[in-house]
Write a protein that binds this ligand. Structure first.
Ligand code: NAD
Length: 347
């Protein structure tokens, strides 16, 4: 474990097995320096335990960086649950997961992530109080963080367009949105209202068609959307899409989207920079959801205060863009450095 390429000074990595329900879960707690480790739980069919471990370690560190850069008094952690046909997600498995979370005594606060819903977290919450993103604590939504994430990404795209293209508004700007789920679809709504010309893709053709009808968007094949000739590429599906193979084929001058871990490796941030593409570091631009559920969990927030915090995302991005341009260094490298510094200060 200590030699794992993504270990990166994790405080704790805990494996849980529940024979009765088939639960195979890993919780990775990267840092509690700024507060309890907060990050969602992903239910996914992994090819191997090794793949699940690599995923949880990268996501957990990403949460430390995201929460620090968002100015939240929260550390970073994440959970993955390995599911498959023989071990499907069931209410009893969710309860077992809740007991596992409870056994960590508040060092880890869970929430929904890919493969989990607000309803699932309601079941988890029957076993532990260390859950965020629930309708009962929500002040600004029904507990679903996606619209808040979409708002932050929309504001981030505006900041990037202003910085790179000197555009004061988004009218006539072209944006390609990859993935039209909870975040991507809502992002299209916000962009379309500003007069953006949209290209969209989803592996669910009916959703892409719906977006086309509602937002006057052009539907692209999923394998082509990354390489469209547009101003902005907004990845809102899965991570790892920016790599040595895809970066040379990008035609967008800005990459700004919600997906976590968009860079396949740290070197891909340098590749984007060298190619003249302005990259909005994923964990900075996609913090709207954690700001919302984190503040709701911590208490004392209002709908207005949460929205105001999300409106600070573009300022943070602009600072990173400006430093990147002044120092001729990749935005991803600068963001990582700033986040690590915040963690160091908290220790
Ligand atoms: P989601 O599961 O609701 O939506 C993902 C969408 O992408 C689905 O419609 C899916 O069909 C589509 N998709 C998958 N593979 C695709 C491909 N190759 N090409 C085109 N479309 C594809 O997820 P979401 O909640 O909208 O989150 C999107 C991304 O943003 C994820 O990477 C997630 O980790 C990240 N994120 C989400 C939040 C949030 O608040 N939901 C917060 C931070 C980061």
């Amino acid at each position: 474990m200590f030699d794992h390429p993504s270990f990166d000074q994790h405080e704790r990595v805990v494996f849980a097995h529940d024979a009765a329900t088939g639960l195979h879960a890993i919780v990775a707690i990267h840092s509690t320096a700024r507060g309890p480790g907060a990050g969602g739980c992903r239910f996914w069919q992994y090819d191997s335990t090794e793949a699940a471990l690599a995923d949880v370690l990268r996501l957990s560190r990403g949460m430390s960086y995201k929460n620090a850069m968002a100015g939240l008094p929260l550390g970073g952690a994440k959970a993955v649950v390995m599911i498959d046909a023989s071990r499907p997600k069931t209410p009893r498995m969710l309860e077992a997961f809740g007991r596992f979370v409870d056994s960590l005594q508040g060092q880890y606060i869970t929430a929904e992530d890919v493969g989990a819903s607000v309803a699932d977290m309601e079941i988890v919450a029957t076993q532990t109080s260390y859950v965020s993103g629930l309708p009962r604590t929500a002040v600004a939504s029904d507990g679903n963080p996606s619209p808040k994430t979409a708002l932050g990404v929309y504001l981030g795209i505006k900041a990037a367009v202003k910085f790179k293209l000197a555009g004061e508004d988004l009218r006539g700007v072209t944006v390609a949105v990859q993935g039209l789920g909870g975040v991507g679809y809502e992002l299209c709504r916000l962009l379309a209202a500003d007069g953006v010309r949209l290209r969209v893709a989803d592996i669910r053709p009916e959703v892409a068609q719906k977006a086309a009808n509602e937002f006057d968007a052009i539907v692209c094949p999923p394998e082509q959307i990354l390489f469209e000739r547009v101003d902005v590429l907004a990845p809102c599906a899965l991570g790892g899409l920016l790599n040595a193979d895809t970066i040379p084929r990008l035609q967008a001058s800005i990459v700004a989207g919600a997906a976590n871990n968009q860079l396949a490796t740290a070197e891909d941030g340098a590749r984007l920079h060298a190619a003249g593409v302005l990259y909005a570091p994923d964990y900075v631009i996609n913090a709207g959801g954690i700001i919302s559920v984190g503040r709701e969990y911590l208490g004392g927030a209002t709908a207005e205060s949460i929205t105001a915090e999300i409106h600070r995302i573009p300022g943070r991005l602009t600072e990173i863009f400006a430093r990147s341009s002044a120092d001729n260094r990749p935005t991803s490298e600068l963001a990582d450095e700033m986040a690590r510094q915040l963690l160091l200060e908290a220790r």
